[in-house]
Structures are given as C-alpha cells and as structure tokens.
Write a protein that binds this ligand. Structure first.
Ligand SMILES: Cc1cc2nc3c(=O)[nH]c(=O)nc-3n(C[C@H](O)[C@H](O)[C@H](O)COP(=O)(O)OP(=O)(O)OC[C@H]3O[C@@H](n4cnc5c(N)ncnc54)[C@H](O)[C@@H]3O)c2cc1C
Length: 409
C-alpha cells in the first residue's frame, strides 16, 4: 500500500490546489457538508457556473475521453481533484448522479449522435440527469422493476412508477430501467432507455423528508412514448446496462463528509454530564476510542483503494466496506453529539445550534446514507459472497418467468 502521492500525483495535486485557490472563492458558500441541497434557483445557478468553469479547465470529468470533452485523465487524478475540491468548500451535489453514473452509461451504450448531443452539455452542467431504477416493489432488487414498456411501431409506450429518484424535480433527462418481457426470468426481460424528464407524460412528485428538504421524488409515467432510438443497449439486456451504472456507483471513492471524532472531541471539551466534564467520562472515552480505531481503519482501506487506482487497477468489492463503516459511524457519533448538546440538540439551524448544527444535520442524513447505493445488508452480502467467499444469498426467483414470481397479492 502507498501512503504518499507519486511525484506525478503530487504535481497534479499541486496544480489542482493552485487552480482551486485562484478560482473557487467566488463560488463558495453553496456547498453542503452533509449532502443536503437547498434547491434554490440561486444555488443551482452557482453550481452550474462552477461546473462550467471546471469544464473549461479540464477538471469537470477528468477521466472522460478528450473527444467527449473530458481530460483523458486517470481515476487517481479524479480522486485527487475531488479531495482538494472538498477542502475548499465548493462541492455541489447536483451533478454527481448524472456525471458519475448516468452519462457514463450513455457513453457506453448510445450511438455517436446521441453522445454528441448529450455528453458535453451534461459535463458543463447545462443539463442534469437522474437515475430512474428504484420502484416501490424493487429497490435493493433492482432487477425486479415492474415499470412496463410495450413496443408500438417505432416507439415504446411506458407506464409505471419509480421512487427515491434524486433530483428528478430539477433534472432534464434520465436513464430509465423498464420491463419489456415479463415471460422470461427477471434479469432477462429488462431494457434501458434515456428519457426527457420534461415530457408531459412524466409526472414528478417531490417527497417531503424529515430533514425538511425534498431531495428525492416519486416519478410516474402515463403512456410515455419514447423512440426506439432512445434505447441504451439491446432489448432484454437492460440488466447488463444497469450493472454498468451500478458499477460506477460502487466505484465512487471518498465516502461521506460530516462530523469526525476530532469534532466530537471539541464538543466534549465544552460540555459536562452529571458526572463532570464529558472528556473525563469513561463511557464517552471508550466510544471515542472505537470511533478513532474505525476512522483509522477506514482511512487505510481508502488508501488501499487509492493504491489500486494509482496502479491502474480497478478497486474490488472491498470498497463496499467503506460505506458501511462511514455511514454507521456517522449515525452513532451524531446521536452522541446531539445528546451531549442536551436541550440545544433540538436546534437544527446552523446559525443557532452548537458546532453549526453539524451533528443535528448528519443525524438526519445518516439513515439515508445507510440505504443509498446499497443498504448495509446488501453490502454485507457483497462482502460475504465476493470478499470472504461465503455461500450465496438465497435467490429463489432467479430462474422463474417474471410474471410467475409471487407478488403477495
Ligand atoms: C438518499 C437516497 C438517494 C437515492 N437516490 C436514488 C436515485 O437517484 N435513483 C434510484 O433509482 N434510487 C435511489 N435511491 C433508492 C435506493 O437505491 C433504495 O432505497 C435502496 O436500493 C433500497 O431499496 P428499498 O428502499 O426498496 O428497500 P428494500 O430493498 O425493500 O429493503 C428493505 C430492507 O430489507 C433489506 N434487504 C433487502 N434485500 C435483502 C437481502 N437480499 N438480504 C438481506 N437484507 C435485504 C434491506 O437491507 C432493507 O433493510 C435512493 C435512496 C436514498 C436513501
């Protein structure tokens, strides 16, 4: 494992830092430490202008081929830039799903005309994409999609519902996984399309969250007509296409931002419990030691992923460990932080609450992080099967025609 940048990586980091120092200042103030976005027009405008600036400088989509406007760089360069960008507080969340998952899928499966039309505007932040996979009856089990597409001449007619679609309310386009053949087993009857989110047959209903925001949505399709030319991949091969999207999701290195053990130590220095100062409390100190050990383990695991990227290798399924640890630690630490703040723990306004409400906000965000991009249980299954080589999960519906899978009704 390499702990240090190679000379080339150090030079890249230095150049990125210098560029950020020169350009980030006027775009600060919009980033959210915990993944929440205010979704205001001003915030969006700021995010789009920052994205365009990065695109002009070759920092928007570092690993994408130059012919599509990328920098033709390496995954490790992308990680390095992401680390430096996070430090200067200009990390907007609007483009992550589109540029990290949807557009790479379009690049892998669309024809040249489609790519010419969509890739550059997405990279510059002019158009935003969403991922329409999860449904009320199938989230972890992506292949259980029930949204139906039926062929009609040169068109397909789509009816059904998706849910938890991040950003659908401000997205322009989406990639949509649908069932085109219910007579074959679930993985074989799926097809992927790109769709226009502004089509009147697409209805977006924001979901109001406990945190006060509405980051994701229900999306309904009522006789939505799409051209066959909007198909990504072959008919019936949507699962293969979805795997490319999901692989890109799992490859997202970095993990969650939010309070760390140093911040809770700061809080402990300022607070007291019934037995005296929190910092002297044995139970707190025990927890602090656990968080420190987990944070160090996580850091080393990330170094392992970074080392693989640096050597031009693809990180393995062990990168699933990172999200389980980070999300659970965030939830546990935030819970403790809010309790330590006593009556002030109920204030979530950053201008009023201690530590700018970092613990309150991450307490509300942590459960979502434990679900998004693979729940704890699904990631544990991946680790068990693909890292530890344990026997596979029970998959009783794998070889059954989708229409014959019992639905409980
Ligand atoms: C913040 C956030 C953003 C999201 N954004 C998007 C998006 O943009 N687009 C999109 O398509 N989806 C999105 N999702 C949806 C997300 O992918 C799903 O919520 C997730 O896959 C879980 O699916 P589910 O909610 O249907 O839960 P279910 O799959 O119904 O799971 C319910 C429970 O059962 C457990 N479980 C399920 N299967 C197994 C198994 N085989 N073994 C053991 N336990 C199991 C799960 O771990 C969970 O605890 C988002 C979710 C969140 C929280």
């Amino acid at each position: 494992m390499d702990f240090n940048d190679s000379p080339e990586e150090a030079a890249y980091r230095e150049a990125a830092r210098a560029w950020l120092e020169k350009n980030a200042a006027e775009h600060k103030g919009g980033a959210s430490a915990n993944g929440r976005r205010p979704n205001s027009p001003e915030h969006m405008a700021m995010a789009k202008s920052w994205q365009a600036k990065k695109a002009d400088a070759g920092y928007a989509c570092i690993t994408w081929p130059k012919e599509w406007g990328g920098a033709g760089g390496t995954p490790i360069q992308s990680v390095i830039f992401g680390q430096e960008e996070a430090k200067v507080g200009v990390n907007y969340g609007y483009f992550t799903i589109g540029l990290g998952m949807c557009v790479p899928t379009v690049m892998a499966f669309a024809d040249a005309g489609t790519k010419t039309r969509f890739v550059k505007p997405a990279m510059r932040g002019e158009e935003i994409w969403c991922q329409l996979f999860s449904e009320p009856a199938g989230g972890s089990d992506v292949a259980a999609a029930r949204t139906r597409a039926v062929r009609d001449g040169d068109d397909w007619v789509i009816n059904g519902q998706k849910v938890w679609t991040t950003g659908a309310q401000y997205c322009d386009y989406g990639i949509l996984l649908v069932r085109t053949d219910p007579d074959v087993p679930k993985h074989k009857g799926l097809t992927m399309f790109w769709i226009d989110m502004h089509d009147p047959a697409v209805e977006v209903r924001p979901i109001h969250q406990a945190s006060g925001g509405s980051e994701f949505n229900e999306v309904y399709f009522t006789d939505l007509r799409v051209k066959d030319s909007q198909r990504l991949g072959e008919v019936g091969e949507g699962w293969k296409v979805a795997l490319v999207t999901l692989m890109n999701e799992r490859l997202a290195v970095g993990g969650s931002s939010g309070p760390d053990y140093k911040l809770i130590m700061d809080l402990a220095r300022q607070t007291s419990g019934p037995g005296g100062p929190t910092m002297k409390d044995g139970a707190f100190r025990e927890k602090l030691a656990d968080w420190y050990v987990a944070a160090e383990g996580l850091k080393l695991t990330r170094f392992r992923t970074m080392t693989a990227l640096s050597r031009g290798q693809t990180p393995g399924p062990e990168s699933s460990i990172g999200k389980i640890i980070a999300a659970n630690q965030m939830q546990d630490m935030s819970n403790q932080g809010v309790e330590m703040e006593d009556q002030y723990g109920i204030l979530a306004d950053p201008s009023e609450a201690p530590m700018q409400a970092a613990f309150q906000q991450s307490l509300l965000w942590a459960p979502g992080l434990r679900i998004a991009g693979g729940t704890d249980e699904i990631l544990k299954n991946i680790i068990a099967e693909r890292v530890l080589g344990l026997p596979g999960d029970v998959r009783v519906d794998k070889d059954v025609a989708f229409k014959d899978v019992p639905t409980g009704r």
